[in-house]
Design a protein around this ligand. Structure first.
Ligand code: SME
Length: 159
């Protein structure tokens, strides 16, 4: 069992005093990829506006194989999490309608929305695993706590 309380403390310590959003996201992705077992991708997709004025998700800092640069709002697991503003725990990505396969090795996925200081959707945290059913409800709860630490580091006046 992953000790999410210990990871929360470690992540807070890592990000304390980091005022640069890109550095928070870069170290956040590196930390999650390092400490969580059985991942093949860990990183962020951030809300951007297309030249036509539509919201989309654009690739942010990550660890793993190079990935899709743009994800349309509402598409794939990440776009669904963003559009519904709701975490997506997907035990079998091949059974998810419209799943976007950036790495053919991915079998299961957990996506958690991130919000800015006003509560607006800022982006999503995306974790992929080569193991089917890698993420449990306990992982969702624990990783949601880590996502809150990232939001605080990004949008509060420091941890
Ligand atoms: N599988 C994701 C796309 C992002 S990559 O896995 C890094 C999705 O369906 O949204």
């Amino acid at each position: 069992m992953t000790d999410y309380h210990a990871l929360e403390q470690s992540l807070k310590a890592l990000l304390a005093g980091t005022p640069y959003p890109l550095a928070v996201l870069a170290n956040g992705a590196a930390f999650l990829y390092e400490v969580l077992p059985d991942l093949n991708w860990a990183g962020f997709y951030l809300r951007e506006t297309s030249p036509r004025g539509e919201s989309l998700l654009a690739l942010g800092p990550f660890q793993g194989k190079p990935a899709c640069v743009e994800i349309p709002w509402g598409k794939g697991v990440c776009g669904t999490a963003a559009a519904l503003d709701s975490p997506q725990l997907v035990p079998d990505v091949h059974a998810f309608p419209g799943h976007i396969a950036c790495d053919a090795a991915s079998a299961s996925e957990l996506v958690i929305p991130l919000h800015d200081g006003q509560g607006a959707l800022y982006g999503v945290l995306d974790l992929d695993s080569p193991r089917p059913g890698r993420f449990t409800e306990a992982d969702l709860a624990g990783i949601s706590r880590l996502a809150r630490v990232l939001e605080e580091a990004l949008f509060s006046k420091g941890l």
